[in-house]
Design a protein around this ligand. Sequence first.
Ligand SMILES: [Zn+2]
Length: 322
Amino acid sequence: MSTSSSGTTSSAFVVALDVGGTSMKGGLVSETGAVLLSERRPTPRADGPEAVVTAISDFISHLASAGDGTPRGVGLAVPGLVSESAAIYAANLGWHDVPATNFTTLDIPVMLGHDVRTGGLAESILGAGRGLSDFLFLPIGTGIAGASIIRGEPYGGSSGWAGEIGHTPVFPDGEQCACGQFGCLETYASAASVGRRYSQRAGLEGVKAEQVVTSDDPIAIEVWDEAVEALSLALATYTLLLDPSVIVLGGGLAEAGPALFDPVRTRLVKRLAFREAPPLIPAALGVDAGMLGAALLGWRAAGRPELGPDWTVDVRSAPLVS
Ligand SMILES: [Zn+2]
């Protein structure tokens, strides 16, 4: 790799973009895994489905122009129901059947991936699951969705809906979830739900999950205990069904560290009678998992699926441009 006078590198690169409901994280990633550039923009969701597609296309062109030469491919992590070649359905962005080619005006190959599964792909090849063939990647944030890594690849299921562990019922007569079902894991254990349930019971407004987790207020202890109970039930079911080698917990709530891991581990061990519980370990890539996974997809689009396993990723070394 050589450095040009502009300060960018002249090695081959792809454009990687992780599209979330509120912001998009983009980057340029070389064939050796160097993050040459990393940048964030808001997702203009309020402006409608077409505006988001245009904003993505503009962002890709902008990132591509910062590199030295033409990108070899584009990888895009998007929410909803996704195939490699189309965003089939995304409720929160209003998308129906948007072809991958609509996301860029550049004449380069594009590959799409489901946001959580793309993050799971990155954790599998570059992060906490490196070298492991079967595990669960479970980011716990505003919502809860998982990526089942089966034989080294995120599993999408028969129609792309796999991984919705956040909407598995854990308390059958429980509270109604935003999805319409009752007693979903997400209703009890997402960061948003922990904050909301505590605030409601305590008669307060806008208390954050992290305050609940560390509080010794009896109401906080009760709400957190229910979240831990819900998680241990869902993880016991997952463990018995798919025998993961580890469970990788990520997302905002995983930053609670031992306050999350210790009680969930204890309860999971107690629930399993005839087999050992898989280790619970923290995700390694944090908020960069989606963008790094998108980079792997970009290289797959470029015909280089073998790239990744020997990368040493240090995203903090990338220049962040506003
Ligand atoms: Zn639900």
